[in-house]
Design a protein around this ligand. Structure first.
Ligand SMILES: Nc1ncnc2c1ncn2[C@@H]1O[C@H](COP(=O)(O)OP(=O)(O)O)[C@@H](O)[C@H]1O
Ligand SMILES: [Mg+2]
Length: 364
């Protein structure tokens, strides 16, 4: 059991005139066994939030509950959580076995139970052969596993991960991502995983919480966040390359106005285009010769990047920079060429330029 809930949680560092507000009135519910990723740019308050759950920071306002019980006043050791940090913080003079078992010995567990738990965790993490080594005799990836092993043996209600993969090289990071997924499938321990890397968030999360400047922008599955970003911030943060965002209505033309007409009218009243930002994912803009129905934009090709299976075509629609993602098997345009982009009406996103919120969704 390990559900986790945040109710109007706020945090400020410092007091009075020197107070720094970091998190303001945050609400979220995490179900028992869920794997939730908190993603947002550096400095948005992710570590602060995790450290409040862990008991390493005071909670300025609101309540955090585990299984319905308010944990605000509990000591870290009483919270039944285990945290894995970016810098694994292993004890250098201890062996892997001692590092993994240290917390259990402090907690007074019997030595045969300690042996059993460490043995099992080492087996899951495939580090059984390393138990007698010191941290300096391990690779970065192996150290990272030991740090995870130390969390697993505690059998906590909640795992907290604070950017645990950022010290690994790209290949190892991708591999460890997979292993963390498999680990969660086996243990089903409630997990809150923090990262600034949207690819990591998309690949790991059952649900993700997108944070910006101490507030939640959107909560949802990776698919729903990608397909229906709730704000301009989410639209430009999730996805690589990011969603194209345009407001040069003179270049976009009447067909675009017609295609977006419904959501424009609903949100803003007819004809107030200046207040609308239009979004389209790079893979949803298709280069065409003919004129199918839907929005058709004039696209001036500037630079083409070949990525292997696909290519990115950089250019302009009116005054706006636009990136088109195209399968490499399709015929490529040339730099300097003028072509047309077709965007199916269902692939257009609209945002209120004043509030930054999506305009066509009642509930994102
Ligand atoms: N001990 C502290 N005292 C004052 N400000 C802090 C402290 N720790 C973090 N902050 C500030 O709080 C904000 C959020 O920091 P943090 O939670 O570390 O962000 P993230 O993990 O998302 O990068 C940042 O602006 C940071 O400068
Ligand atoms: Mg951080």
């Amino acid at each position: 059991m390990g559900s986790l809930s945040f109710e109007r949680v706020s945090k400020q560092y410092g007091q009075g005139a020197r107070a720094v507000p970091v998190i303001a009135g945050l609400d979220a519910q995490i179900a028992d066994g869920e794997f939730v990723v908190i993603v947002g740019p550096s400095g948005c308050g992710k570590s602060t939030l995790l450290r409040m759950v862990a008991g390493l920071e005071d909670i300025t306002g609101g309540e955090i509950r585990i299984d319905g019980r308010v944990i605000n006043g509990l000591e870290p050791a009483e919270r039944d959580i285990a945290m894995v940090f970016q810098n694994y913080a292993l004890y250098p003079h201890m062996t892997v076995f001692q590092n993994m078992s240290y917390g259990l010995r402090i907690a007074g567990l019997a030595s045969d139970e300690i042996e059993r738990r460490v043995g099992h965790a080492a087996q899951i993490l495939e580090i059984s052969e390393l138990l007698a080594r010191k941290p300096r005799e391990l690779s970065g990836g192996q150290r990272q596993r030991v740090a995870m092993g130390r969390a697993i043996v505690r059998q906590p209600k909640v795992f907290l991960f604070d950017e645990p993969l950022s010290n690994l090289d790209a290949r190892l990071r991708a591999q460890t991502r997979l292993e963390i997924r498999l680990l969660h499938a086996e243990l089903r321990t409630t997990t809150l995983f923090v990262t600034h890397d949207q690819v990591e968030a998309m690949t790991l999360a059952e649900r993700m919480i997108v944070m910006n400047a101490g507030a939640i922008e959107q909560i949802g599955t990776p698919e729903s966040v990608y397909e229906r970003p709730a704000s301009l911030f989410v639209a430009s943060f999730i996805g690589s390359p990011p969603m194209n965002l345009l407001r040069d209505w003179a270049a976009l033309g009447a067909a675009t106005v017609a295609a977006t007409g419904a959501s424009l009218r609903v949100a803003l009243g007819a004809g107030v285009q200046e207040n609308v930002v239009l979004g389209v994912r790079p893979e949803d803009a298709v280069i065409v010769d003919a004129r199918p129905s839907g929005a058709l934009w004039p696209f001036a090709v500037e630079v083409i990047e070949m990525l292997g299976a696909e290519r990115l075509i950089h250019g302009r629609v009116g005054t706006e920079s636009v990136i088109v993602r195209q399968e490499a098997s399709r015929p490529a345009p040339r730099a300097g060429q003028q072509v047309s982009l077709h965007i199916s009406p269902s692939k257009l996103h609209t945002f209120d330029a004043r509030t930054g919120r999506r305009t066509d969704n009642a509930a994102p």
